[in-house]
Write a protein that binds this ligand. Structure first.
Ligand code: CDP
Ligand code: CDP
Length: 224
């Protein structure tokens, strides 16, 4: 049997991480872990309870009394917050706008990273996020950094919204993405950064299949 690996996929919003990570995980029969969902779940709870997302102590105290579980199902990853399925609720516009503030806090990241490292310890995982190759699994056998222009990424999110029948404003999406990129890249603790040994793929002009194929090729190289 082939040795199972850890595959780390990082990059900014709408670079295509989760879409290709799911394909790669399915192809290899690996588990897909979306770490952004954990930060989103905590943000959702903070908003529900009126906790100021910019206050580190308050958000950390909230996390201490919170259980976030990721479960694999035939429909993909499900997210449970204190036992309740919040997989859909954590994708709201409000959570998306606030999540980067929650993810800036050192104590929050420390706990999240610890939980993510436990999930990756067995290998056979494709994990996506912002700091997977640099902090969560620095010894991942395959590290990928996905990029795409802000214009292309905003178009992708806009198209998704329109297809799902949601109201969508392209310029607003562009602005929100720019803002989130800035907070994620400039924060002090484990910012969004390409690991030195990551393979960078600019997905702006690539199809989903082309990106997935490139990653699968990198995996094959490591398996040799
Ligand atoms: O799907 P999208 O790229 O829009 O976002 P996500 O992966 O769900 O991540 C939401 C937010 O969580 C990011 O903008 C980061 O602020 C934070 N995040 C992080 O700081 N570290 C991670 N490993 C994953 C997400
Ligand atoms: O996880 P992340 O936020 O990085 O992005 P995503 O949710 O996987 O992808 C955002 C959108 O871009 C999805 O609707 C994908 O179908 C689309 N996409 C694309 O059009 N071309 C690619 N090469 C990758 C993703």
């Amino acid at each position: 049997m082939k040795q199972e690996l850890a595959i780390a996929i990082d990059g900014p919003a709408a670079a295509g991480k989760s879409t290709v990570a799911k394909i790669v995980a399915n192809t290899l029969s690996y588990v897909y872990i979306d770490t952004g969902a954990m930060y989103r779940a905590l943000t959702y709870k903070a908003l529900q309870q009126g906790v100021n997302v910019k206050e580190e102590e308050a958000v950390t105290a909230l996390l201490e009394n919170t259980t976030i579980e990721l479960q694999q199902s035939e429909h993909g990853q499900l997210v449970f917050l204190d036992g309740q399925d919040v997989s859909h609720a954590i994708r709201s516009h409000e959570v998306t706008k606030q999540v980067s503030y929650v993810a800036e806090h050192r104590k929050v990241r420390k706990e999240m990273v610890k939980q993510q490292q436990d999930l990756a310890a067995k290998r056979g995982v494709v994990m996506d996020g912002r700091d997977i190759g640099t902090h969560v699994i620095p010894d991942a056998e395959v590290k990928i950094f996905l990029m795409a222009s802000v214009e292309e990424r905003a178009e992708r999110r806009h198209k998704e919204n329109v297809e799902q029948g949601f109201a969508s404003d392209l310029e607003q999406i562009k602005e929100d993405i720019r803002k989130r990129d800035k907070i994620d890249s400039e924060r002090e603790v484990s910012p969004l950064l390409k690991a030195d040994d990551a393979i960078e793929i600019d997905t702006t002009a690539l199809s989903i299949e082309q990106v997935a194929d490139k990653i699968l090729q990198a995996v094959e190289q490591k398996e040799k």
